[in-house]
Ligand binder design. Structure first.
Ligand SMILES: [Zn+2]
Length: 265
């Protein structure tokens, strides 16, 4: 909450190149809460927005919020009697408590516990959270940032650009001839099968690895498969779309453990 206020104050109120900041939270499992803070900067300002967001997060982790910032949050979180948002949040927490088997706290109890949070609690929490925080920026934006303890923030991009890497060796599965004829942009698109997984090579011959042991979830969509990878990308494989497509589907089925496979049935 404090971080979103700081980013909004700088990027929206002061510099004026973003709209408001949006916040989302997802309980991934009973111990892991993912928080997403999204900023939508105007064209050409993505790098600056990323820097503001990251620097403010580091500052909060190092120094914590001010007493005034904490008090503002506590006042904001105090439930109003007929606030629809409070009811909605309570219902969502009740569903999460039921689904994950965790204790349910009503709005009053939560507000009372927020009031006991100290600046040091916040900095300690953020310091832990920042160890696996991910800063997502648009393609071709490369902010030069440091992690909490001064190391360069590692930069990862799922796609290896053509020309900057040797093509991955393996069994090439080309797109189906019929499909190539219908959609010329797939002319050069193909999959490369390796012993550790699948490489997606697009029409520009850029490559993206799909490691079998990095597949987070696979959805059976009739004869096709939708694969969600650890990097957050997804891939839709349909047997008709690629030469030897049935073989590819069978390999995916063999490689992905049953508990990660989702079916509609
Ligand atoms: Zn990816």
């Amino acid at each position: 909450h404090v971080l979103s206020h700081r980013v909004e104050h700088l990027a929206h109120d002061t510099l004026g190149f973003t709209d408001g900041v949006t916040l989302h939270r997802f309980l991934r499992d009973r111990l892991t809460l993912d928080r997403v803070l999204a900023v939508h900067p105007a064209d050409g300002h993505a790098e600056q927005a990323a820097e503001i967001l990251w620097h403010e997060a580091l500052d909060l982790a190092r120094r914590g919020p001010t007493r005034h910032e904490l008090d503002t949050f506590t006042a904001h979180a105090r439930p109003e009697p007929d606030d629809g948002q409070v009811l909605w949040n309570s219902l969502r927490r009740a569903v999460e408590a039921e689904h994950f088997g965790i204790p349910y706290h009503d709005a009053g109890t939560l507000a009372a516990s927020y009031a006991t949070v100290t600046p040091h609690d916040v900095s300690a929490y953020l310091e832990r959270a920042l160890t696996d925080a991910v800063l997502v920026v648009p393609a071709q934006v490369f902010p030069r940032l440091k992690a909490l303890h001064g190391k360069r923030l590692p930069n990862s991009d799922c796609w290896r650009p053509y020309g900057q890497h040797a093509p991955t060796p393996g069994t090439r599965l080309r797109m189906h001839r019929f499909r190539r004829a219908l959609t010329p942009r797939h002319e050069h698109g193909e999959y490369v099968l390796t012993e550790w997984g699948l490489v997606v090579r697009d029409a520009h011959r850029d490559e993206h690895d799909i490691r079998f042991d990095d597949i987070a979830l696979m959805h059976q969509d009739g004869p096709g498969r939708v694969v969600l990878t650890g990097c957050g990308c997804h891939l839709h494989v349909h047997p008709d779309q690629v030469a030897r497509g049935e073989r590819l589907i069978a390999l995916l089925d063999a490689a992905v453990p049953a508990h990660l496979v989702h079916t509609d049935a």
